[in-house]
Design a protein. Structure first.
Length: 226
């Protein structure tokens, strides 16, 4: 059952999109404010984001750029007002998967969502890296067969690293992964969180060396744990 996020400030349009998606059997989260939409995105794993560009609180463009910074492969459909051709061209050029012009045809929206979900690789419900298994929906981590309880920010840190092995995250990106963009923490807090996470993993898997420091850039999870 694909999990979708709708970020649209017009309550009527949001109601219509939510109804259409739920009618197709999808689970739906929705936000009518840009900041709330971004906060929801950071906490969930979504098969598809339907994003309006004209949002209060935080613009659709800012959300789009942040999503692409964290998850370049995230499937995303933009909602644009009629006559905003330059905006649509810009969005497709920067990596939007598709766009829908408002007002839209309900069958067309359903068809575009169905076609996009058919093309993309579904997000796994369980992330696996070597002897580490992370279950986002259940908030559980198992390392070398042992259950490990992590505080929420360390869980989100590990989830982000496991979502894209090999990718280097700078400290600002890791701060957003762990705390969102509303909490002010410094680089030292990020380094300490990485240190504690390494220690907890090594407590179950002593030979673990998977979280690497990329000096001058940030941190990454090795693509293999060997």
């Amino acid at each position: 059952m694909p999990h979708l996020l709708i970020i649209e400030d017009d309550p009527h349009i949001a109601d219509v999109v939510e109804f259409l998606m739920e009618e197709q059997g999808h689970r739906v989260d929705r936000a009518t404010d840009g900041r709330l939409g971004w906060a929801l995105y950071q906490k969930g794993a979504y098969a598809l984001v339907i994003l309006d560009l004209g949002l209060p609180g935080m613009s659709g463009w800012e959300i789009f750029e942040r999503i692409r910074g964290l998850q370049p492969e995230q499937p995303l459909i933009m909602l644009t007002a009629q006559g905003e051709e330059p905006e649509r061209v810009k969005g497709l050029t920067l990596g939007a998967d598709d766009y829908i012009t408002k007002p839209f045809s309900n069958p067309e929206l359903v068809a575009r969502v169905r076609n996009l979900l058919r093309r993309v690789k579904p997000l796994p419900e369980i992330l696996v890296h070597g002897q580490i298994k992370l279950m986002p929906e259940r908030g559980e981590v198992v390392i070398a067969g042992m259950n490990v309880v992590l505080p929420a920010h360390e869980f989100r840190l590990l989830q982000g690293l496991m979502s894209q092995p090999g990718r280097v995250y700078n400290r600002d990106q890791l701060m957003v992964l762990m705390y969102g963009d509303t909490c002010e923490v410094n680089d030292r807090a990020v380094d300490q969180s990485v240190k504690r996470l390494r220690k907890k993993i090594c407590g179950c898997q002593p030979d673990f060396k998977g979280i690497e420091t990329v000096y001058g850039l940030g941190y990454r999870l090795r693509e293999t744990d060997s």
